[in-house]
Design a protein around this ligand. Structure first.
Ligand code: 13P
Length: 258
């Protein structure tokens, strides 16, 4: 269960989040919980979560180890600050910052080189879905991006299916729509890397995930987890998503603050 904070929160707000969030998920040790804050909050997040099972990730990286690349941060730097994960190729990076399938592949390989688990994002835009081109777009993003990895590398990545029309819009893909896209991506993985790799691939769904829709999404066998934007910013809502099997409530004793 991963949270993408996008460009929200200061270091002080990050510390305050963890103070409230950690007690709420103290009983959730059957879950893998990842939070990806802005770069400037990573050190604070790593420190605040050090005594917990929560893991921290970056939201982007550059593929060189170091160098004259003003404004960029490498995977090795993320790992050095205590990150275990990094988001790669989020649709907002593709839309506003010129990311391409080719740059996604380079960044994914760089993340693996640094020992990070990349969460590689794919997903179609509204006009592409309406034109019946969803599978074509996903196939292109898969082929141009992660299909360039070796089998050993591919075994270490996580894919996030994030339909662009569902991000920040309140329009969640129905569990069925998401599951169909996940199955399509898994079939791409099977064709390129074989049955074992496809079965072991973890695919997260992202796009307007909320406490109120998490159960329906997680009921789908194809959906291995979620990448949450807006609803990961509030401790109570993200805790309710993490503890989804207890219903739309953190009042379950397992998730009640100590
Ligand atoms: P929202 O959950 O705010 O729709 O964002 C989804 C997302 O982009 C996660 O990476």
């Amino acid at each position: 269960m991963a949270g993408n904070w996008k460009m929200y929160k200061t270091p002080a707000e990050t510390v305050a989040f963890f103070e409230q969030f950690l007690p709420l998920v103290a009983g959730a040790d059957h879950r893998r919980i990842v939070i990806c804050p802005p770069f400037v909050n990573l050190a604070a997040a790593v420190q605040a979560s050090a005594q917990s099972a929560v893991e921290i990730g970056g939201q982007d990286l550059y593929w060189e180890r170091e160098g004259a690349y003003t404004g960029e941060v490498s995977g090795e730097m993320l790992a050095a600050v205590g990150c275990r994960w990094v988001i790669v190729g989020h649709s907002e990076r593709r839309q506003y910052f010129g990311e391409t399938d080719a740059s996604v592949l380079k960044k994914t390989a760089a993340a693996l080189r640094a020992g990070l688990t990349p969460i590689v994002c794919v997903g179609e835009r509204l006009e592409e879905r309406e034109a019946g081109r969803t599978e074509q777009v996903l196939a292109r993003q898969f082929a141009g991006g992660v299909a360039g990895l070796s089998a050993e590398e591919f075994a270490r990545i996580v894919i996030a299916y994030e339909p662009v029309w569902a991000i920040g819009t309140g329009k969640t893909a129905t569990p069925q729509i998401a599951a169909e896209a996940h199955a399509f991506l898994r079939a791409q993985a099977r064709a390129r890397y074989g049955e074992t790799a496809a079965a072991g691939l973890r695919i997260l769904y992202g796009g307007s995930v909320k406490p109120s829709n998490i159960q329906g999404l997680m009921a789908e066998e194809e959906i291995d987890g979620v990448l949450v934007g807006g609803a990961s910013l509030e401790p109570a809502s993200f805790a309710a998503i993490v503890g989804w099997e207890n219903g739309d409530s953190i009042l379950n004793p397992q998730f009640r603050p100590a």
